[in-house]
Design a protein around this ligand. Structure first.
Ligand code: PGA
Length: 256
C-alpha cells in the first residue's frame, strides 16, 4: 500500500488575474477532485486572497510561488511569509529554477526562506534541478546534492517531514522535453537516498518528492507509476481546468 502523500501541484507563474483565478477554482471544484491526491495551486500574490477564499471548504490548497525570509522590513517589492499567511497561503514554492536563474537566488537565501516558512507553518515545496549543461557534463548528482544539502542546512528531522521536494530538471521546464519516467525515477531515488543518509531512512521514506518539467495529461501516469515519484509540479498544463483536471485524474494504480 502506498503510504506517501500524492501531490498534484499547479504553478501558475505570472498568469491569471483575480477573476480568472476564482473562476478556475470554481470550475475545478465543480468537476470533483480525485480523493487519493492532494491538490495544490500556487497562484500569483495578487490572486492569493481571492483564490484561497474561493477554495474554502474544498480539498484544494492555495499557496504562493515565492516569499522573503524576513518578517517585515525595508525590502521594496518583496512579500513576507507573514503576509502570505494573512492572504490565506498554505504552502509556498521555494527555489524554483526561474527564481534561481532569472532572479539570482542562491541556495543560502533559499535555505533562509525554507526556515522562515517552516517557522510560520507554511509548507515549503523546495525545487531543485540541474541545467542541460550540468547534465551533459555529468554533474547532475553533484548539483542535486549541493542544492539539497545547502537549502536544507540546519533543518531538523521533524521539520524535514513537513517539506515537499520537487525535482525539476531545468532543461525540461517549459520546453516540452520531459525527462523520461526512468530518468526522473533515477534522480528521485538518488535524492531519497541523500535524505536518508542525512535524516534517516524513516524520514526519507515519508517525504513526497514531486517531478516537474513539461508534465502533461499524456505523461502523468507513466511518471506516477514510478516508485519514488509521489506527485507532479505542473506549469503550463495547470493553466487550463481541462488539462489540470486530466492530470489530477491520471488513474492511480496500486503502486506497491
Ligand atoms: P512546465 O513548468 O510544466 O511548464 O514545464 C514546470 C514548473 O516550472 O514548475
Amino acid at each position: 500500500m502506498k503510504t506517501r502523500e500524492v501531490v498534484i501541484a499547479g504553478n501558475w507563474k505570472m498568469y491569471k488575474t483575480i477573476e480568472e483565478a476564482q473562476s478556475f477554482i470554481y470550475e475545478l471544484m465543480a468537476m470533483g477532485t480525485n480523493p487519493t491526491s492532494s491538490i495544490y495551486i500556487a497562484v500569483p500574490f495578487t490572486a492569493l486572497s481571492a483564490a484561497s477564499t474561493a477554495a474554502k471548504g474544498s480539498s484544494i490548497r492555495v499557496g504562493a510561488q515565492n516569499m522573503h525570509d524576513a518578517t517585515e522590513g525595508a525590502y521594496t517589492g518583496e512579500i513576507s511569509g507573514k503576509m502570505l499567511l494573512d492572504a490565506g497561503a498554505q504552502f509556498v514554492i521555494l527555489g524554483h529554477s526561474e527564481r534561481r536563474h532569472l532572479f539570482g537566488e542562491t541556495n543560502e537565501f533559499i535555505n533562509r526562506k525554507v526556515k522562515a516558512a517552516l517557522k510560520l507553518g507554511i509548507r515549503p515545496i523546495l525545487c531543485i534541478g540541474e541545467t542541460l549543461q550540468e547534465r551533459e557534463e555529468n554533474k547532475t548528482e553533484n548539483v542535486l546534492q549541493n542544492q539539497l544539502e545547502s537549502c536544507l542546512s540546519g533543518i531538523s528531522e521533524n521539520e524535514l517531514r513537513k517539506i515537499l521536494i520537487a525535482y525539476e530538471p531545468v532543461w525540461a521546464i517549459g520546453t516540452g522535453r520531459t525527462a523520461s519516467s526512468e530518468q526522473a525515477e533515477e534522480m528521485h531515488r538518488f535524492c531519497r537516498g541523500l535524505l536518508s543518509s542525512k535524516w534517516g531512512g524513516e524520514a526519507a521514506e515519508s517525504i513526497s518528492i514531486l517531478y516537474g518539467g513539461s508534465v502533461k495529461p499524456e505523461n502523468t501516469r507513466a511518471l506516477m507509476e514510478q516508485k519514488n515519484i509521489d506527485g507532479v509540479l505542473v506549469g503550463g498544463a495547470s493553466l487550463t481546468v481541462d488539462s489540470f483536471n486530466k492530470i489530477i485524474n491520471y488513474q492511480p494504480i496500486n503502486r506497491y
